[in-house]
Design a protein around this ligand. Structure first.
Ligand code: AMP
Length: 177
């Protein structure tokens, strides 16, 4: 079943720059059966887990996270790029290959002790997911885990999160960057 989902992901070599194999999940999202199977597989491990909300990372994490929240009967919290959220935010900067980026979350998005599952399409270096985790912890949330469609294990993101005690699940892996 996982193999079928993998076949629905389009790989675009050298995008957005030379050497990167861009794993494009829009082809998977656009396939009715594929999308249904994707959401079923992502939510399955958490069906009995105590989750108050999913924190989805902009933008593909919104698409998966919204559907997952509906299926799990929990809330949804957007983790957005800098300057997009309208209310008071916590901001967290993180390192890119060249330079930095910032993600933000509303300060009142979650109450202390709320149990949160982080969701994004892909984990590479783990910098984005780690920044999301820091925002949740700063607001007093507890992290139940982090889940992704794709892991690029050579980039070490899964290990980085695991070292911080975060349980990570991915449906599939791809070699390289
Ligand atoms: P990172 O912070 O290094 O773990 O990068 C993860 C974020 O960058 C995710 O939001 C991904 O959507 C995006 N990303 C990184 N590498 C790729 C890739 N090879 N293909 C598609 N998206 C990627």
């Amino acid at each position: 079943m996982t193999t079928d989902l993998k076949r629905l992901i389009r790989t675009i070599p050298d995008h957005p720059k030379a050497g990167i194999m861009f794993r494009d999940v829009t082809t998977l999202f656009g396939d009715a059966q594929g999308f249904k199977a994707l959401i079923a597989q992502l939510t399955e491990p958490y069906r009995t887990a105590p989750i108050d909300a999913i924190a989805g990372i902009e933008a593909r994490g919104f698409i998966m996270g919204g559907a997952m929240a509906d299926k799990l009967g929990c809330g949804f919290i957007p983790i957005r790029k800098k300057g997009k959220l309208p209310w008071k935010v916590y901001a967290q900067e993180y390192q890119l290959e060249y330079g930095t980026d910032t993600v933000e979350m509303h300060q009142d998005a979650l109450d202390r002790g709320r149990r949160i599952l982080i969701v994004d399409d892909l984990i590479a270096t783990g910098g984005t997911a780690e920044a999301a985790a820091k925002l949740i912890l700063r607001a007093g949330g507890e992290i139940v885990g982090a889940c992704f469609i794709i892991d690029l294990p050579e980039l070490g993101g899964t290990k980085l999160l695991q070292q911080q005690g975060i349980a990570v699940r991915s449906l599939m892996q791809f070699e390289g960057h």
